[in-house]
Write a protein that binds this ligand. Structure first.
Ligand code: URA
Length: 204
């Protein structure tokens, strides 16, 4: 599919990738999962949100961000002037880590080809990274090493991807706000800023 691929082509490519993910046994997370969680939403908006890894609800349903963090993400997406249905939502790791522990470096590395294949199919103009794992993974494409999410959040970075320039906007993981109202304020501030970015066509 070239840069003029219709959305139908993008959807078909994503379905094919989801089929590969469903069969994946590249890391031990495949042995404890109930369902793989490839991601969902509208890839044709050119806006992609990337979280960390499926939790319990996501593992049971095979869908990303369907628990408490997901409800907050859905609200935050509206603050940015978008709706959940019009963006594509996925995770760095497509299978649930046991007891919701953080994904390990080697699990992220094993799963990365799937995320990259999804991004190559979608060719997003904007990628919002939620939390340190997705932020590190995506900003690494720009040769940036990320020490702390707080030092990079709320700012837009331009990344030269294979398919063109992409705006990368790191913010906190919504789960950080579930028990910490101060973090919720930070997330709300970032998503309001994101609204401005989108109104400016994603350029700065
Ligand atoms: N947290 C994530 O990072 N991803 C999900 O899909 C759900 C919770």
């Amino acid at each position: 599919a070239g840069s003029n691929a219709s959305c139908g082509d993008v959807l078909r490519a994503l379905e094919e990738i989801a089929g590969e993910i469903a069969k994946c046994e590249k890391c031990p997370l495949s042995r404890s999962r109930t369902h793989t969680v490839p991601g969902e939403g509208n890839p044709c908006s050119g806006v992609v949100f990337i979280g960390e890894a499926p939790g319990r609800n996501e593992d049971l349903q095979g869908r990303p961000f369907v628990g408490a963090a997901g409800a907050l993400l859905t609200e935050l997406i509206s603050l940015a002037g978008l709706s959940r249905e019009e963006v594509f939502i996925t995770n760095v790791v497509k299978c649930r880590p046991p007891n919701n522990r953080e994904p390990r470096e080697e699990e992220i590395a094993a799963c990365l080809p799937y995320l990259l294949a999804q991004l190559r199919a979608i060719k997003p103009r904007l990628i919002v990274t939620l939390g340190k794992h997705s932020t590190k993974t995506i900003l690494r494409m720009r040769g940036m090493s990320v020490d702390s999410i707080m030092s990079v959040r709320g700012k837009a970075y331009t990344v030269n991807a294979e398919w063109g320039q992409v705006t990368v906007f790191p913010t906190l993981h919504p789960a950080a706000a579930l028990y910490n109202p101060a973090m919720r304020k930070v997330l709300e501030e970032d998503f309001r800023f994101l609204r401005g970015l989108l109104e400016g066509g994603g350029q700065r």
